[in-house]
Write a protein that binds this ligand. Structure first.
Ligand code: GLY
Ligand code: MN
Ligand code: MN
Length: 436
């Protein structure tokens, strides 16, 4: 769990990076309509969650280092207490508890947002703000600025609007020990769910039934929502990278690709496994599967501090291309296939991405024009795949086969730690689990 103290430390670390006399105003997420007057389950904005741990809509975090305050000054804007609204829509913290329990120096009702922003922005040199994130928030900040400019004798509007996101995203890129502990829990829950789906699968089952097994396992462990739309693709559906219809039955002899991860305490896991619905890989499936697995193991060996994702991707691509040539899926020399990027027909996505509060987590992938080297504390996915289209120029035994194997890695000072090793991935181990 991340404690209130840690959220405050994050706020201080952000403030410490701002020039003197800056104010930082960060809006949280609002509810999104699902249909007519019902909303999707509330999901806080990841930056706001990272800095506050406050899980209500329409909140703002305000931070200032103006000399008029003695040191860092923080406030929360939140929905006011309202017995009627709370009977219908649920409990609210309210400004009073935001100060007494949450430790803010001040707190205000969101009903007075514009006045509060006008007051807070006054007499600062810079306002740090994630412009363009939410149109309504942009409008609120611009209205506050225009209020200040309309009273030039009494007020002074900040002259610079600076994007606060690069600073926050840099912080989010390197995970603390406590964040890694939470991510391990997300990974463990997700691994158990994948094992359960493997055990449940049988020819003729529906993709959505496997999805239901997975979501039930997540929810029973306290992870009520998946971190992204669960992908369950049987047979050719596995070749659709972000397939989420999950509506078909899975025919005997097919592989099933499941890409599913729990969101726990805001943090995502992101696991993919591919396995035969009847519990036994066919010889052709086994050949392709082993190639992807070998490529994944090669990548894991090289994803260590100092390495870059593009460098490791090149190694993986070389191995996959060599294998595709050997299997007759590419009919030219390995060198020429690499030169002409022929592998792209079968492996069209990246090797991996940062993982954290967002499944495709924030943080720069390059700096000063060069790929950013991996560092201890980063958490990344490693997810090579091969997707063989159902097209006539491809050998019949491979047609319409999609395979991806995805694990989550914590980069450590000496190498990496695979936190999703709880789901089997060798052919032998998968077949053994499914036989149970
Ligand atoms: N689940 C999305 C991804 O693997 O990137
Ligand atoms: Mn991924
Ligand atoms: Mn995934």
């Amino acid at each position: 769990m991340i404690t209130l103290k840690q959220y405050r430390q994050r706020q201080s670390r952000l403030l410490a990076q701002l020039p003197q006399n800056s104010v930082c105003v960060i809006p949280g997420a609002d509810l999104l309509t699902r249909s007519r007057d019902t909303e999707f389950g509330f999901r806080q904005h990841s930056d706001f969650w990272y800095l506050t741990g406050f899980n209500e809509p329409q909140a703002w975090l305000l931070l200032s280092n103006h000399p008029r305050f003695d040191g860092d000054y923080r406030a929360l804007v939140c929905l006011p207490r309202d017995p009627d609204m709370e009977i219908w829509h649920g409990r609210r913290v309210g400004p009073e508890l935001a100060v007494s329990e949450w430790g803010y120096d001040e707190a205000y009702s969101s009903e007075s947002l514009i006045e509060v922003l006008t007051d807070w922005l006054d007499d600062h040199d810079n306002v740090y703000f994630p412009q363009g994130e939410y149109a309504q928030a942009d409008d609120a900040v611009f209205e506050a600025l225009s209020n200040l400019r309309s009273r030039p004798k009494q007020c002074r509007a900040p002259s610079a609007i600076v994007d606060c996101r690069p600073l926050i995203h840099n912080m989010r890129l390197l995970k603390s020990a406590d964040e890694i502990a939470v991510m391990r829990t997300a990974a463990d829950i997700s691994a158990r769910a994948h094992c359960r789906a493997m055990k449940f699968a049988r020819p003729g089952c529906y993709e959505y039934q496997l999805e239901a097994e997975i979501h039930h396992e997540f929810a029973m462990a306290g992870a009520r929502y998946p971190a992204y739309g669960t992908i369950v693709g049987g047979g050719e559906n596995a070749c659709i990278l972000h397939y989420t219809e999950n509506q078909d039955t899975v025919a005997d002899g097919s592989l099933i690709l499941i890409d599913a991860g729990a969101e726990y305490n805001g943090y995502a896991a992101d696991i993919t496994r591919t396995f035969p619905v009847n519990g036994k890989f066919s010889p052709a499936q086994a050949k392709l599967y082993q190639l992807v697995l070998d490529a994944q193991l090669l990548a894991i060996e090289h994803l260590v501090p100092g390495a870059t994702l593009p460098d490791v991707t090149n190694k993986v691509v070389k191995m996959l291309t060599t294998g595709l040539c050997e299997l007759g899926l590419l009919n030219e020399s390995v060198d020429s296939a690499l030169e002409n990027k022929r592998w792209r027909r079968f492996f069209m996505h990246g090797l991996g991405h940062y993982l954290g509060l967002d499944v495709h987590d924030v943080g720069e992938y390059s700096q000063h024009g060069h790929p950013k080297p991996l560092e201890a504390g980063m958490v990344i996915t490693v997810e090579p795949g091969l997707y063989i289209p159902n097209e006539p120029d491809v050998a019949a035994e491979f047609r319409g086969t999609g395979i991806r194997i995805e694990d989550n890695l914590v980069i450590t000072s000496t190498g990496n730690d695979v936190i999703t090793a709880g789901v089997p991935k060798t052919i032998e181990d998968i077949e053994a689990l499914m036989e149970q």
